[in-house]
Design a protein around this ligand. Structure first.
Ligand code: PLP
Length: 463
């Protein structure tokens, strides 16, 4: 199928006018990005007609794959009936049903759903809600939000400030007051001689010490991705999240699980917090997989307990003066409902759980390639972290980003990845089959070996 538009025109408009997220400004106007013409299942088709496995699944969002008729039809039907209604004063079937469905799928007493336009606005809503709640409760001194190194929570002013990836911080201003960080929970980067259990103990102790240093009555919330996604698919040691959750409960600190990536099937469950890590957060933030990326939508899901504290007789006549024109957008919510229906009716969560062991086997087998320092993964999300020498210790300060070199080779071979410095992360559409997982890792293996050969030839591989 040829592109239904003029490729040269699109390329030049894109180069000149579209200011992209994470744009490399020194290269602006000359990037010549891959033009995607259409999608089919787990594949994207580029301008030359080449089929590429969508390794990153869009941006961690493409759960049910491209070309899903159920979602397309639901979007069309909803847009035809009522494409928009003001969420400030009206309601409609799709958002009401979706709110109820999310409340049913969410763990514990998470019962109240605030719709947003994406992940950043869901996290922003969570933080604003927490501060609002504390003010209503007469605890205005509870302000501090504790976040973690290597975390990513969004690109609004506040959520970027809460994010812990130092590489993203340069030359922007950030909110500093009232935000603090604990250090990386990546067990692979633990100090030499420390066991994973000792590392876990140290991280829990660090969190508690941080709370005590601020004074527990001044700490409003802790925010954590159950798996740190763009930080490099970092899974904290067993028991870490549960122990930190217990400390939060003890001191009345709100626990926010940022499940923008892990929600809606990525690890074989609707949410990872309870089903994988055994914790019931006070708030979950979600987006991406909620609509499989077909339309922008996010949700901030709040516990009954928190909500009850500041509503009805406890509200003190206050309005929650926060919201978006597109909160509960009926077309996006119709896409969300159809997406959830698709996941349920096709048994996609069970499918993820059944193919994940094979995915992880192939992922971890890559460690036999000398260029690979570490592999990490869970469900259908993974990361390969490369090293230029076995002594490399800092993933964020490499001499040059190996991830891009690997990605270039893989794209030639038919696989898209997402390079982040020396890492490549991937989260393919959840409909991927065991054979397609093999195709994906066969390509990745060749891509890594070719990159190693290049680095040996150029003298950049230091062994
Ligand atoms: N939180 C996490 C864990 C994410 O990975 C992301 C995006 O990748 C966000 C929040 C921000 O979501 P959005 O880009 O939809 O604003």
């Amino acid at each position: 199928m040829t592109a239904p538009f003029d490729l040269n025109e699109v390329r030049s408009y894109d180069n000149v006018h579209w200011f992209h997220p994470w744009e490399d400004l020194s290269n602006h106007g000359q990037v010549n990005r891959t033009i995607v013409t259409h999608g089919d299942g787990i594949y994207l088709v580029d301008e030359s007609g080449k089929r590429l496995i969508d390794g990153p699944g869009g941006m961690w969002c493409m759960q049910v794959g491209y070309g899903n008729k159920r979602i397309v039809e639901a979007i069309t039907a909803q847009a035809t009936r009522i494409p928009y209604m003001s969420p400030y004063s009206m309601t409609n079937e799709a958002p009401s049903r979706l709110a109820r469905k999310i409340a049913e799928l969410a763990p514990g007493d998470l019962d109240h759903v605030f719709f947003t336009t994406g992940g950043s606005t869901a996290v922003e809503t969570a933080i604003r809600f927490v501060h609002f709640r504390n003010n209503v409760l007469g605890q205005p001194e509870r302000k501090v939000i504790i976040s973690r190194a290597d975390s990513y929570h969004g690109s609004t002013y506040l959520t970027a400030s809460l994010s812990g990836k130092v590489g993203n911080k340069s030359r922007f201003d950030h909110v500093v007051e009232g935000i603090d960080f604990v250090t990386s929970v990546n067990p692979w980067r633990r100090p030499a001689g420390q066991t994973v259990e000792q590392f876990c103990d140290a991280k829990v102790a660090e969190f508690e010490a941080k709370v005590m240093a601020h004074g527990p009555e001044r700490v409003a919330a802790f925010i954590a991705e159950p798996i740190q996604a763009s930080g490099g698919v970092v899974v904290a040691p067993d028991g870490y999240l549960k122990r930190v959750r217990d400390i939060c409960t003890k001191h009345g600190i709100v626990f926010i699980a940022d499940e923008v990536v892990t929600g809606f099937g990525r690890v074989g469950h609707w949410f990872a917090s309870n089903d994988v890590f055994g914790i019931e957060p006070d708030i979950i933030t979600s987006a991406k997989g909620l609509t499989s990326g077909y339309l922008p939508l996010g949700a901030c899901i709040i516990s009954k307990r928190l909500f009850a504290e500041i509503s009805g007789d406890h509200a003190g006549k206050s309005y929650f003066t926060h919201g978006f024109t597109y909160s509960g957008h009926p077309v996006a919510c119709a896409a969300g409902l159809a997406n959830i229906e698709e996941i349920e009716e096709t048994g996609l969560l069970e499918h993820v759980r059944s193919v994940s062991p094979h995915f992880l086997l192939r992922l971890h087998a890559l460690r036999s390639i000398p260029l690979v320092g570490d592999t990490r993964g869970m469900g259908l999300v993974g990361c390969v972290e490369c090293v230029a020498s076995k002594d490399d210790t800092d993933p964020w300060q490499p001499e040059y980003p190996i991830g891009e070199l690997v990605d270039r080779h893989c794209q030639q071979l038919g696989l898209l990845l997402r390079p982040i410095m020396n890492m490549n992360v991937f989260s393919p559409p959840l409909i991927i089959t065991a054979d397609q997982i093999d195709q994906m890792f066969d390509i990745l293996e060749v891509g890594l070996k070719r990159t190693l050969d290049d680095m040996v030839r150029s003298g950049d591989w230091r062994g």
